[in-house]
Design a protein around this ligand. Structure first.
Ligand code: NPW
Ligand code: K
Length: 480
């Protein structure tokens, strides 16, 4: 299914439910601490381990991990923020398993070590690190963190103040928002989620082919192009046609049976001179687009469409049709003074794909008031009444019904002109073949990120589509 995302508060509730049903909480902590030791030992197999334990459950995991690492013949030293005698509950039981010395945390600062196990605080932290904990966070070095890097708020994904920066983080049951959303994710390094016997339920998932492989479009053995859907992309004026062509070609690569660029009369020549498999059709005003949409499964409008009253009229006309609509860029910006008039027209199967700048123009301070980016996208999807894909290093895709998918399968090299147009085309191409909108968006984001990774440094948007056939072949289990 892909890894579920739960908040630290939902994790506590899931734990309480399991404990209430009779599971011993110390058994669960033992599984957690053992998973921590195995994670560290498998990936950082050499050198002295400095274990830093906090006063609560996170520290408890640290003591259990320390005892386990010692059994694996690792050289381990343990330091604790409080006296061992001051620990209570499961943390005290965990500390009792550690037979070696427990030194005051102050002494960790100068103690020689190769790797630090940060078991100071978990993701439910309510106030910034201070004193010796803050000094240790700022010391740097090689760190593996338990649950989240101490100092990061697991829910908001923001540092509360000084925080550890880990090479690896091991958490439990599912991921927390901080493991995927920025800036928290950049402090986590490699993230593993161990199964410790706590079942969790969530409507939010990390993007993975497992989420949508079951609904991936695939042409039938006896299929023909009209069965694979018709996608139409609205072009800008003569001086701004490239964006629509990037979307159109990506849509064709994604597998749409037919793709047409809808061109204003003045841009016909330039579009015609650049198109081969993609078809070309003229439109002169919103009425023509509304008519054209009757012969399309999906319409894309926005890439370089122009911030003009005509673009706004075109969007309104398209939203009267039965085709699903993908709105991007200028098609969103033209509604910045009257977003409600757009929202009332959108349907749950439509999608908008804003970056944060376009998002803020439509949704105002929602981006600053919601607790994290998952909630930002969810609230936007509910407000707009359509699927919202909010771009970034952490792209969040949310549906009006509350489902959300976070895509981090990408590369910073994708931050370049035209990459968003390719993304729009991929998503629309999958939608044209009948894929549900949320899943098409998730698949589009994943394939786009994978293509970006394959190109790497020097990426320009024209490079992306060439990698799509190999990626799709691999996803379909065919030799690429
Ligand atoms: N529950 C379970 O069964 C399982 C839990 N597991 C593990 O438990 C972890 C959660 O445990 P937890 O709830 O005890 O939280 P944790 O962060 O360890 O400590 C909180 C303590 O720190 C204190 N404190 C906070 N901020 C501070 C500051 N800046 N400076 C100083 N002190 C500060 C805070 O004080 P308070 O805010 O209450 O005054 C409180 O006393 C979780 O991350 C996972 O690793 C796993 O074993 C799986 C099973
Ligand atoms: K930690």
């Amino acid at each position: 299914m892909g890894r579920p995302i739960i908040t630290p508060q939902e994790m506590v509730a899931a734990e309480q439910a399991v404990f209430k049903a009779g599971t011993n909480s110390f058994d669960v902590m033992t599984r957690a601490g053992t998973a921590v030791a195995e994670f560290l030992h498998a990936r950082w197999p050499e050198g002295k381990v400095q274990v830093l334990c906090g006063p609560g459950g996170n520290g408890g995991d640290g003591f259990i991990a320390a005892a386990r690492l010692a059994k694996l013949w690792r050289d381990v030293e343990v330091f604790c923020l409080v006296e061992k005698s001051a620990l209570t509950g499961d943390a005290a039981k965990a500390a009792a398993l550690w037979e070696g010395e427990v030194q005051p945390l102050e002494q960790a600062l100068e103690a020689p070590h190769a790797i630090v196990l940060d078991a100071l605080f978990g993701g439910g932290l309510s106030r910034p690190l201070e004193g010796i904990a803050a000094a240790l966070a700022e010391r740097g070095g090689r760190v593996v963190s338990v649950d989240v890097p101490s100092g990061i708020d697991g829910l908001t994904a923001k540092p509360l103040g000084p925080c550890f920066r880990a090479e690896g983080t091991i958490t439990f049951a599912g991921l927390r928002p901080a493991h995927l959303l920025q800036p928290g994710a950049s402090y986590c390094g490699l993230v593993a989620a161990a199964d410790i016997g706590i079942p969790v339920q969530s409507q939010a998932f990390e993007n993975s082919p497992m989420l949508w492989a079951g609904v991936m479009p695939r042409p039938g053995e006896d299929g023909y192009k009209h069965q694979r859907g018709h996608l139409k992309v609205v072009s800008g004026p003569a001086s701004a046609t490239g964006a629509a062509r990037l979307s159109a070609t990506a849509g064709l690569r994604a597998g749409a049976g037919l793709v047409t660029v809808m061109s204003p009369p003045g841009a016909m020549t330039v579009n015609a001179s650049h198109l081969t498999a993609v078809m070309l059709q003229v439109f002169d005003g919103a009425g023509d687009l509304e008519t054209a949409a009757k012969q399309a499964q999906v319409m894309v409008i926005g890439p370089a469409a122009g911030i003009t009253p005509a673009t706004r009229a075109n969007v309104e006309a398209l939203l009267k049709s039965n085709a699903r609509i993908l709105l991007d860029a200028d098609a969103l910006t033209v509604f910045d003074s009257a977003p409600a008039s757009l929202f009332k027209r959108l349907r749950p199967h439509d999608i908008m794909t804003p970056h944060m700048g376009e998002f803020k123009r439509l949704f105002g301070d929602l981006a600053d008031t919601a607790v994290n980016k998952i909630e930002v996208a969810r609230k936007a999807a509910q407000t707009a009444g359509c699927v919202v894909l909010l771009k970034g290093a952490d792209t969040v895709i949310a549906a009006p019904d509350g489902r959300a998918i976070v895509n981090t399968h990408a590369t910073p090299w994708l931050a370049t002109a035209g990459a968003g147009d390719v993304l729009a085309g991929l998503i629309a191409g999958f939608m044209a073949q009948g894929m549900p909108t949320l899943e098409a968006a998730a698949m589009g984001a994943w394939v786009h990120g994978e293509a970006g990774r394959r190109v790497g440094a020097g990426l320009i948007s024209e490079d992306l589509e060439r990698h799509v056939p190999d990626i799709l072949s691999a996803l379909h289990g065919e030799i690429a």
